[in-house]
Design a protein around this ligand. Sequence first.
Ligand SMILES: C[S@@+](CC[C@H](N)C(=O)[O-])C[C@H]1O[C@@H](n2cnc3c(N)ncnc32)[C@H](O)[C@@H]1O
Length: 277
Amino acid sequence: MPDSEPLGPLGAGDPTAPQWMPPEIDRTVATPARIYSYLLGGKEHFAVDRAAVEQAAEALPVRDFARVNRAFLTRAVRHLAEAALDQFLDIGVGLPAPGSTAETALSVRHDARIVGVDNDPIVLAHARAHGGEGATVVAGDVRRPGEILQNPEVRARLDFDRPVAVLIVAVMHFVPDEDDPYGAVRALMDAVAPGSVLVLSQVTSDLDPDGIHATAKAYARSSVRTAVRSREQIAAFFDGLEPIDPGPVMLSRWRPDEQVRDGDDRIGMYGGVAVKP
Ligand SMILES: C[S@@+](CC[C@H](N)C(=O)[O-])C[C@H]1O[C@@H](n2cnc3c(N)ncnc32)[C@H](O)[C@@H]1O
């Protein structure tokens, strides 16, 4: 889309809006889903999202953060699908871009069932119009796990008597402690069968506190608050679960493949994969 696009809520009948886009989408405020789409070379973003990225990029290599995170997600999903997991609950699924949970899981197992959850209305609208890359996509918020777990479309698609991979990848840095992110993860993992798996990553301030602080300022004008955490605080999301080797680590060190580049270990994000006993 051109940078000269009009700002403001689209309004019904806006001729510049794609037909699938609901009128309540607000183009004056950047959102994480649209920012991430831009970072990954996707198509669904507005001038305000691109401006937030360019501001953040002055302080941190934010495109590398997105690439390294997405590559971790792809490696984790491929590992789990190859290990016979066939159900995926991807909370904070985002807009379509290469290496998604659905694309990766279905490339290994054509019978994989994937439910994507997101609280940005553009994600749901896009999936309704374009098919969700093979995933069922529903509206939901990780801060309200009960609603996700009771959602009839989630229950219809996933069998909670069998193991489910619960993905919360690059989402928890948008959930401050007062919103009880640890309680949300616990509620989700309590609801799934033994053998289920948590895949989680998030930004840390351990490596470059100044860069993270400056980036948080760019996000301050977006639709969300930010919450960066230390390695110990991120590892605590996995409490009570059994880590799959190598445990919570810098993302580039989690079962790296040939896509990992020199310098990726300087990208300040931790993550891991762990099994419910
Ligand atoms: C940085 S993107 C990550 C996308 C994907 N999980 C990945 O790692 O490749 C973060 C996504 O989480 C969503 N999100 C942020 N806060 C959320 C919340 N409280 N509940 C559900 N989704 C949320 C955003 O809308 C966005 O689509």
